[in-house]
Design a protein around this ligand. Structure first.
Ligand code: ADP
Ligand code: ADP
Length: 232
């Protein structure tokens, strides 16, 4: 089945002669349980697509179908609930809260929603991501790779079916990148999650089941089983 689908999605920024056409009528669907990479040059619309699909940013026109509903018809309250319960977002900059420990950061989405953690799921995430010995550390006491893994655990703690990752390995060395990508791939294979990841890196894209390439607000290539050589 399809996890999320964009139909004729248009996003313009600004008005008049300053208008930027970030998405020029994008049609794409993402299959459930698949890991898709989105590639393309800087400024081609990758982040805009992800932010729009995740309900972080509104579309100019078009439709986004998710679980039988159209995101473009939802109000802010509905979008907040959707992001809280159904969609996970992993940012390149981690966005961890510095005064809180790793554990508190991971649990933050539940804390904010007033929901109780599923301890077994928390333990599994922490174990799988190799964070067990780091739970009482604050972000500045963790390496970049550890911080990104905390951010991943935080994105997954609510068990979202759909996860967006914006350059999740952009700030990591190659060893940490491989760990993070390996985890995302396993999370797709073992938990049936749908992951959409923006990346510049052909090696990172080679972990995905599919790679979509953007250019100037349009999809210009769509490859199954991308390998690093082809994508470069
Ligand atoms: P990518 O993620 O591929 O680098 P973006 O989606 O960030 O591309 O940007 C697509 C286009 O939209 C670019 O021309 C960018 O400058 C423009 N853009 C992105 N965000 C904004 C914004 N908030 N205001 C104005 N223009 C924006
Ligand atoms: P749905 O009710 O949407 O069909 P499932 O039957 O697939 O959901 O999921 C059953 C339980 O497993 C739910 O409690 C859900 O929170 C949990 N779950 C679903 N997907 C995941 C996932 N990717 N990771 C962790 N837990 C999940």
């Amino acid at each position: 089945g399809i996890a999320i689908q964009a139909i004729d999605l248009v996003k313009n920024y600004g008005t008049g002669s300053n208008m930027v056409h970030a998405l020029r009528g994008v049609n794409v669907s993402f299959e459930r349980g698949k890991f898709t990479a989105i590639m393309g040059p800087s400024g081609s619309g990758k982040s805009t697509l992800m932010h729009t699909l995740a309900g972080l940013d509104s579309a100019t026109s078009g439709h986004i179908l998710f679980g039988g509903a159209d995101l473009t018809r939802m109000n802010d309250k509905q979008l907040t609930l959707l992001r809280r319960h159904k969609i996970g977002f992993i940012f390149q900059s981690f966005n961890l809260l510095p005064v809180f420990t790793a554990e508190q950061n991971i649990l933050m989405p539940l804390t904010l929603a007033g929901d109780k953690p599923d301890r077994a799921w928390f333990d599994l995430l922490v174990e799988t991501l190799g964070l067990k010995q780091r739970l009482n550390h604050r972000p500045n006491e963790l390496s970049g790779g550890q911080q990104q893994r905390v951010a991943i655990a935080r994105a997954l703690i609510t068990k979202p079916k759909l996860v967006f990752a914006d350059e999740p390995t952009g700030n990591l060395d190659s060893v940490s990148s491989a760990e993070v990508l390996g985890f995302l791939k396993r999370s797709v294979n073992e938990l049936g999650q749908t992951i959409v990841m923006v990346t510049h890196d052909a090696v990172a894209a080679s972990y995905a089941d599919r790679a979509i390439v953007f250019s100037d607000g349009r999809i210009v290539a769509d490859e199954q089983h991308p390998n690093a050589e082809v994508m470069n």
